[in-house]
Design a protein around this ligand. Structure first.
Ligand SMILES: Nc1ncnc2c1ncn2[C@@H]1O[C@H](COP(=O)(O)OP(=O)(O)OP(=O)(O)O)[C@@H](O)[C@H]1O
Ligand SMILES: [Mg+2]
Length: 247
């Protein structure tokens, strides 16, 4: 296993990421009567209550358009709740602005459904942009880059630009970018949408490995087979409301 993602690395004093160890019963995510109505009046989420413990792995399933991505956007502060409260890692996300929001986001690794890679930057640059912004040393950036690209099977593609990659490879670059700083919370929106079953399972194993080191992981997916293969809590979103599928 690459040293960068080993528990030792995660708790190393030189590590700039938040420590992954902690009180397992502490809540990482709390939504209290949260709702999201978009500017055009569309009610995407209605009165959502959810608690996710630190260190938990949670699947969010549900039909297209049900509100899964909107829920992750509320957790990341990309969208503000129009009602209720969204508390993540002790922060009331809806009240964060400017630098406080940027600092808060450093503690979250996010894989966007549409990847959001920077087209003019290489794979290596896309993955390390997070580390550059956080002031890691060049040596540490290189160490983490290599280990993370190896982990997602893209070590040979570091110098490629996103347009030179397949959809599945771009998806894995966005996963590499999300995990390279070993954040305590990973939000992953449809991570296997463009992957074949073998690669999907590989990505799930990476996410589960990070979870086993202490990261809280929240994954949205349409892939019922993948959900069944893993033994994690599942909630379903339907028409903007949450339903418990398994404890
Ligand atoms: N910026 C926006 N303005 C207005 N409506 C929006 C906006 N973003 C999303 N919606 C609507 O909110 C609903 C929920 O969208 P969301 O992207 O959360 O769904 P989803 O469950 O992630 O779907 P999918 O599985 O297709 O990714 C959809 O009906 C969508 O059209
Ligand atoms: Mg979505």
């Amino acid at each position: 296993m690459p040293a960068v993602l080993s528990p030792k690395a995660a708790t190393d004093k030189t590590d700039k990421s938040i420590h992954l160890q902690g009180n397992a019963s502490r809540l990482m995510v709390e939504l209290r009567s949260a709702a999201k109505t978009y500017l055009n009046g569309y009610k995407a989420l209605l009165d959502v209550n959810l608690e996710v413990k630190q260190g938990e792995f949670l699947f969010i399933t549900g039909p297209s358009g049900s509100g899964k991505s909107t829920l992750l956007k509320l957790l990341y502060g990309q969208e503000l709740p129009t009602q209720g409260e969204v508390i993540v890692d002790g922060c009331n996300v809806g009240t964060l602005r400017g630098d406080r929001l940027s600092l808060f986001r450093r503690r979250i690794g996010i894989v966007f459904q549409d990847y959001k890679l920077i087209p003019q930057r290489t794979v290596a640059e896309n993955v390390t942009v997070v580390l550059q912004a956080q002031g890691y040393t060049r040596k540490e950036i290189q160490r983490r880059l290599e280990a993370t690209l190896k982990l997602v099977g893209l070590f040979a593609k570091g110098d490629c630009f996103p347009e030179q990659l397949s959809g599945g490879e771009q998806q894995r670059v966005s996963i590499a970018r999300a995990i390279v700083a070993t954040p305590p919370l990973l939000l992953v929106d449809e991570p296997t949408g463009n992957l074949d079953p073998d690669n999907s399972w590989q990505v799930m194993q990476i996410l589960q490995k990070l979870n086993s080191f202490g990261a809280t992981v929240i994954v949205t997916t349409h892939d019922e087979q993948l959900v069944r293969r893993c033994n994690h809590r599942v909630i379903q979103v339907r028409n903007g409301r949450l339903y418990k599928i398994s404890a």
